[in-house]
Design a protein around this ligand. Structure first.
Ligand code: ZN
Length: 135
């Protein structure tokens, strides 16, 4: 059995991290699937999704800082839209994560959350969730 869900994420700025764990867990619950896997996919080229610490807000801040150091705006960039740093960060983080579902819940570690990464906001973004498995 599979179920497909999607939800919107309004973002307010570049390099914003939004914790979407609760929305993804809602999709898992709505699917009725108790044992399987959950794929979270972001259909954008300047936004991404990752799993990282959900306890200390300094962690998203520090990873964002590091990404800015890895991919700052460069005058050598050619892309006319002017957001190549955002495209680069998106490729570094990636468009999807997969989380095991067990007992109807995302099998995340104690300190893990699912984070939506906005690299070129503000925008209204979409997140797709596919849950696969057995009820
Ligand atoms: Zn672009």
């Amino acid at each position: 059995m599979t179920s497909l869900f999607d939800f919107s994420v309004p973002t307010s700025r570049q390099n914003e991290w939004l914790n979407i764990t609760a929305e993804v867990q809602k999709a898992v619950a709505a699917s009725g699937i108790t044992e399987g896997m959950c794929v979270v996919f972001v259909p954008h080229t300047t936004a991404a999704v990752t799993v990282n610490e959900n306890a200390d807000p300094d962690v998203p801040h520090d990873v964002g800082f590091a990404l800015n150091q890895i991919s700052p705006d460069r005058q050598e960039f050619r892309h006319s839209e002017g957001n190549s740093a955002a495209h680069t960060k998106t490729s570094l983080i990636g468009p999807s994560v997969t989380v095991i579902v067990s007992g109807g819940k995302l099998l995340l570690g104690t300190w893990q959350g699912i984070w939506f990464n906005e690299f070129d906001g503000p925008r209204t973004r979409r997140v797709l969730v596919r849950v696969l498995g057995e009820c």
